[in-house]
Ligand binder design. Structure first.
Ligand code: SF4
Length: 311
């Protein structure tokens, strides 16, 4: 409303437009370098974001949905079901909130800036495709339309919604794609990632390979190691069979314990053997840092919509 005096506009905005995100709880870990925030959205839905500061980068893990409808049994977020999709603004605002906190020096380590964004918080990003696609543009487009982040520093994680992976490939945004695989065989993956009954392992990997070919960026395969469930040596070999020759990198994630779950992280020896077998076949593999574990801020643990936030 440029017909109003400029100095009166901010007060009008404050009075008429509700805030997008209201912080309701903040938890810190890793000597203040990991900060998890629970946000209340304008309609009362709850989501969480996690800021993680490393020596060489600051990563914001953002939510794309309140809750999640994918129903992966090892995941705290999945237990509460889907509340709703987030808007583009609600997604981008999580990044901006982290950027503001860093700029003001409110995160241990002094002032800084957000360098990386990962869509690995609550929700399946590609199930909220349009809002996520538009948020990606806001993140990577040059100012003043976007924040000017490097596309390669932005990662979108998916359980494998094949048509949407292909849509994202056609978008021409060279963000990194992360596929949550968790099993190389359909029989087990059908139980760990139920959407696998619709798009099986081979279709997901073929779509991810197409994405990698179009974007020129290797995709990552996320694999939560669960003791006695998916961490057998033969499954490492089966995973290698699937990935040899693809532009892919495996990220092994020791399972984060969730309350009430019988599943636990793999034995160290099994994890080492799993890595050895993949590396032995020439498949790039790393074991992910489990930052934020003590505040339930690590992968598969964001569950604000399903419980009262804890201060
Ligand atoms: S693992 Fe991801 S897709 Fe599966 S229920 Fe949890 S948030 Fe949803």
């Amino acid at each position: 409303m440029t017909d109003l005096p400029a100095d009166r506009r901010p007060a009008l905005v404050d009075a008429l437009l509700p805030g997008l995100l209201e912080p309701v709880a903040t938890q810190r870990a890793d000597a203040g370098r990991t900060v998890k925030t629970a946000w209340r959205l304008v309609d009362g839905a709850l989501v969480e974001s996690v800021l993680m500061r490393y020596p060489d980068r600051v990563t914001m893990c953002v939510s794309s949905q309140a809750g999640c409808g994918m129903g992966c049994p090892f995941c705290a977020t999945g237990h509460g079901g889907l509340t709703r999709n987030l808007s583009t603004a609600e997604i981008v605002e999580q990044v901006l909130a982290g950027a503001r906190a860093l700029r003001r020096g409110q995160v241990a380590g002094g002032p800084g800036r957000v360098s990386n964004v990962v869509f690995m918080g609550m929700g399946e990003p590609l199930a909220n495709y349009r809002a996520v696609r538009d948020a990606l543009h806001r993140l990577v487009d040059d100012p003043p339309h976007g924040l000017g982040l490097s596309a390669r520093a932005v990662t979108v994680s998916t359980v494998g919604l094949v048509p949407r992976i292909l849509d994202l490939a056609a978008e021409g945004l060279p963000v990194t794609l992360a596929v949550s695989l968790h099993a190389p065989d359909d029989e087990l993956r059908n139980t760990l990632v139920p959407i696998n009954t619709r798009w099986p392992v081979i279709e997901v990997l073929d779509a991810a390979s197409q994405y990698a070919d179009r974007s020129g960026r290797r995709f990552s395969v996320e694999y939560v190691l669960i003791r006695g469930v998916n961490d057998q040596a033969w499954r490492a070999d089966a995973l290698a069979d699937l990935l040899v020759g693809r532009l892919a990198h495996v990220n092994l994630i020791p399972l984060n314990p969730t309350p009430g779950s019988a599943w636990t992280a793999s034995r160290r020896a099994d994890q080492v053997e799993f890595v050895r077998r993949l590396a032995g076949r020439g498949v790039p593999v790393t074991v992910r840092d489990t930052r934020g574990r003590e505040i339930d801020g690590a992968c598969g643990q964001l569950a604000a919509a399903g419980r009262a936030p804890q201060a």
